[in-house]
Design a protein around this ligand. Structure first.
Ligand code: AMP
Length: 189
């Protein structure tokens, strides 16, 4: 049983497929006996994924900064809600609590969370699995930018092993189950 961090959108007006996928992820997370740690709000894909995870029996921890809690955005149905002074402490708390990071489609908040865990892993700060769920090809353009990054030597190609791109919800959990910690080479040329 692992604690899985899910980074995902706070938007309430996405195409229905994104909510269906988030629901499946939450349900599978609970079905496989994992716990959830996430942004702690009751909005968008975060609301869907945590609702489904709770319904499937998963222990859910939200980690929300004071500013957002003061705006009434904290979900009051989670098993535990941790309030942090700011965004930095919140990200660090989620990173420390999680055994694996799963990124569903999202906006800038989600990109920031994904890129931070990739950056920390390529520097050797952690060795946890990172998964990008590419629902409806949402991340194709970002992945093309990553390819350009390797092509022009802004990053070494080993970084492709630092994260896994999945196209189905089941694949996420297969990857996490089979995950083996590998030595991360030096990122520098
Ligand atoms: P975004 O992709 O810009 O919607 O941001 C979503 C990500 O940023 C989530 O994974 C959260 O951790 C964080 N976040 C953004 N907005 C909120 C919110 N209203 N409440 C809690 N967390 C949020």
């Amino acid at each position: 049983m692992k604690t899985i961090a899910i980074f995902c959108s706070s938007s309430e007006i996405l195409a229905p497929e994104y909510y269906e996928t988030a629901k499946n992820v939450g349900t599978l997370l609970g079905k496989y006996g994992h716990s959830l740690v996430y942004g702690g709000s009751d909005l968008g894909l975060m609301k869907t994924v945590s609702g489904a995870a709770r319904q499937a029996g998963a222990h859910c921890t939200g980690v929300i900064p004071q500013l957002l809690a003061d705006r009434g955005l904290a979900c009051n149905k989670v098993d535990k809600q941790i309030i942090t002074p700011g965004m930095h402490e919140r990200k660090k708390m989620i990173e420390d609590l999680a055994d694996a990071f799963v990124t569903l489609p999202g906006g800038f908040g989600t990109y920031e969370e994904l890129l931070e865990v990739i950056t920390l892993k390529q520097l050797g700060y952690h060795k946890k699995p990172i998964i990008i769920l590419n629902t409806l090809g949402f991340y194709n353009n970002l992945l093309t930018q990553f390819d350009e990054t390797y092509k022009q030597h802004f990053a070494k190609t080993f970084t492709t092993n630092v994260y896994e791109v999945c196209t189905s919800e089941e694949q996420i959990f297969e990857y996490i189950n089979a995950y083996k910690v590998e030595q991360i080479p030096d990122k520098w040329y």
